[in-house]
Design a protein. Structure first.
Lengths: 263, 182
């Protein structure tokens, strides 16, 4: 079923169409569309009965007390702030070193060497300017929490997720280079059949036309407050020759959620 | 002061041990967080635990919140992810007993069913959905979030959200149909 047909059926079931002519014609012309429409209506009618969930006053009081007690036991990490001049102090220090070295080299009449040296110095200076220490206070809570970007971005959008993104990129490169040694390769047919069973999982991750070719875990996950037991399926487009342009998708095996695509 | 700036200020006060700010944030968001957790987890006690876990995570990660989105969106996303985490842990464990309210002989069960505000067979159907479809249905069809808000909360494109809602409803209807047939 096409995307616009799905949207038309959804809107008809939700009763949000001003003009239902096209939608009615669609469901009259196709038994599949009719069945989809009926399913949407059935689900919506059932869900409309659901009452708002509320906590009792006792539950709220307990929640407040327990949460506050836990917070007091392990205080909140305050947002790390530093005076404005701290940010510039790195740049100033870097600039001072560069100017000093250039002056020294110029004194010795080696302008080409100084240019090369200033180029080399450029990298650490930039790194010092931009590097930021993040306070990570919890190794125990919320394995998912590090995956939460403040702006609602996905895992791979979050700057704080660089280690796991680096891991994904590394695994994707290994796969493309043919160096990847998946569980499937080492454990034989039984594991291969497990990977074949992941087809439904990939569909749920909106990866139709992909196949799972392996499963990996991020060994250093615990160092970044992530769950080291989390397994990720590697998926690539079916029947496609692997090369440097092949997109490699990473799907969390337990939830079938697409967490990263390396392209 | 914008909402996001106010949220950021409240979080900073909580970090400084301000109980009044803590209570204000809890009161503003606890009902909806609990509701999302209850519909995803399908069990009141687990929902309460997950709600607490959600707020603890949010407050402990407060230094990562910079006010680019609303605190609400941020905390609902933490709630959904905390639920996913719990579901994953449950899957790893051995099979768990059904919640008490599925036992009609239990006197407290009826009370729990009433307070849950949802028919047990509907909750069962909802719980049978894969987590990402379940959360899409909960946010969109039960909590009444707009598709863009729900998509932002789940960290997916709006198109993906539409697809999950559509397919989730289809699976839900199938499950309810199967229940009626048996």
């Amino acid at each position: 079923m096409r995307k616009h047909e799905i949207e038309l059926i959804t809107a008809l079931a939700e009763g949000t169409l001003d003009d239902e002519t096209r939608a009615r014609a669609l469901i009259d012309s196709s038994s599949k569309a009719q069945a989809e429409y009926e399913a949407q209506k059935t689900a919506l009618a059932a869900l409309a009965e659901v009452q708002p969930a509320v906590m009792s006053e006792i539950e709220k009081a307990t929640l407040h007390r327990d949460t506050w007690t836990a917070l007091k036991a392990q205080p909140v990490a305050a947002k790390k702030t530093s005076p404005w001049y701290y940010r510039w102090s790195y740049a100033a220090a870097g600039l001072f070193v560069v100017v000093g070295l250039l002056a020294f080299l110029n004194t010795n009449g080696s302008s080409s060497d100084s240019a090369a040296l200033s180029e080399q110095l450029g990298a650490p200076q930039t790194a010092a300017d931009t590097e930021e220490t993040v306070v990570v206070d919890d190794a125990d809570k919320g394995a998912e929490a590090p995956a939460i970007a403040e702006d609602g971005a996905t895992v791979d959008d979050a700057g704080s997720e660089a280690p796991i993104i680096g891991f994904f990129n590394g695994e994707a490169s290994k796969l493309r280079d043919g160096q990847f040694r998946s569980a499937a390769a080492t454990e034989g047919d039984e594991q291969q059949s497990v990977l074949e069973d992941q087809a439904e999982c990939l569909i749920r991750a909106d990866l139709e036309g992909y196949e799972a070719v392996g499963e990996v875990s991020f060994a250093d996950a615990a160092d970044y407050g992530l769950d080291p037991d989390t397994a990720y399926l590697l998926a690539v487009p079916k029947d496609e020759q692997l090369d440097e342009d092949t997109p490699v998708a990473f799907v969390e095996a337990a939830t079938c959620a697409l967490v990263h695509t390396d392209e | 002061m914008t909402t996001a700036a106010k949220d950021a200020e409240l979080l900073a006060r909580i970090a400084d041990g301000d109980h009044e700010a803590f209570t204000e944030v809890m009161k503003a968001h606890e009902d909806r967080v609990f509701s999302v957790c209850l519909r995803i987890m399908g069990d009141r006690d687990k929902a309460l635990d997950t709600t607490q876990e959600t707020f603890l995570t949010a407050f402990r990660k407060a230094h990562q919140f910079e006010g680019k989105s609303t605190f609400g969106t941020w905390v609902y996303r933490i709630a959904v992810n905390t639920c996913y985490d719990q579901i994953r842990k449950q899957k790893r464990r051995a099979t768990e007993p059904m919640p008490d309210y599925f036992d009609p002989a239990d006197a407290s069960a009826q009370e729990a069913v009433e307070s849950a505000g949802i028919r047990p067979e509907l909750q069962e159907a909802l719980s049978s959905l894969p987590p990402e479809f379940r959360s899409a249905i909960v946010l969109s069809d039960i909590e009444g979030m707009s598709l863009p808000d729900a998509a932002e909360t789940l960290g997916v494109p709006v198109g993906t959200m539409k697809s999950r809602v559509f397919r989730g409803r289809r699976l839900l209807a199938q499950h309810l149909g199967n229940q009626n047939a048996t």
